[in-house]
Design a protein around this ligand. Sequence first.
Ligand code: NDP
Length: 325
Amino acid sequence: MSEIIATSAAQSLIRDTVILGSGCSGLTAAIYAARSNLKPLVVEGHEPGGQLSITTLVENFPGWPDGIQGPELIENMKKQATRFGAELRMGHLDRIDLSQPPFRLQIGSEEVLTRTLIIASGASARWLNLPSEQALIGYGVSSCATCDGFFASGKEIAVIGGGDSAMEEALFLTRFAKKVTLVNRSEQFRASKIMLERAIAHPQIDFMTNTTVEEVLGVEEKDVKGLRLKNRQSGEESTLPISFMFLGIGHEPNAKAFRGLIDLDPDGYILTQNDVYCTLNGQVLPGVYACGDIQDRRYRQAITAAGSGCMAALEVEKYLEDHGR
Ligand code: NDP
């Protein structure tokens, strides 16, 4: 109780819990916290709805034998959370003070105080970080096939990557593009067997392995004209004439705002104890929890994100109960 501000006037301004992120983990945490009558505030973040909102058919979420569209799944979760009293707010975290409860969050022009915090900010698409790629984002370079696939209509395009994301994008993009060349930097693919086999069997998809993108051509024209490629084994360079490049090379955890405040691993993922407890210098930081892709580099599935969101909310409930709420 000592950590919780005692005056009733101050208490009325302090929330029981704030959830950062509105993807699968954040919204599941919101459903559970709302059902515990904690009236959680969900700050939607830079990518409202998270990765599911920019994916297509989700075929492995239990309970949907014919699959469900990612955005629909997220919309259902939002409805479920708000039905029980969760408050969803557009905006993102600008500053945070976790030195003592109540924690102080700057969300745009508003300061929010909260007794507990659930960090569910997820992960964002990774880029190659070539100057030419960065210059052409929005001009034929994209990391979101669902958002920009339509612009590839009738074109020859490239998808970069060799995991499930790349396979999913390549397969989806065959609806629009005349031809898709999948460029993988390694010999081996990380994709699951079923996804890889589907892509290999598709007549519109070609594969290049051991190949890196050295430059995206078309910066002067502000329009992608092709890729300068390099074979990693022979060192040979070649040009692939395409007019759209989609990245499918994985994701980065959105945890930069927490650097120095909680423990992160060398790749920037939040390190947790007992699944969802955040730590600082190896010691549990009371009242601060993380769930979903921001702390899970191993499974990264919608269902595991939802599971950890549930766990974080149950821990919040227990923490508040232990502290006399
Ligand atoms: P992965 O980490 O599985 O794969 C990333 C791919 O991108 C690898 O081929 C990697 O190559 C390549 N890559 C990474 N960085 C670079 C770079 N700088 N330049 C070139 N290539 C690069 O990520 P995914 O996003 O594909 O998948 C993440 C998780 O999400 C997986 O568990 C996957 O199963 C799941 N998923 C499931 C889907 C589904 O079931 N429908 C759809 C999408 C994802 P290298 O091997 O050389 O490192």
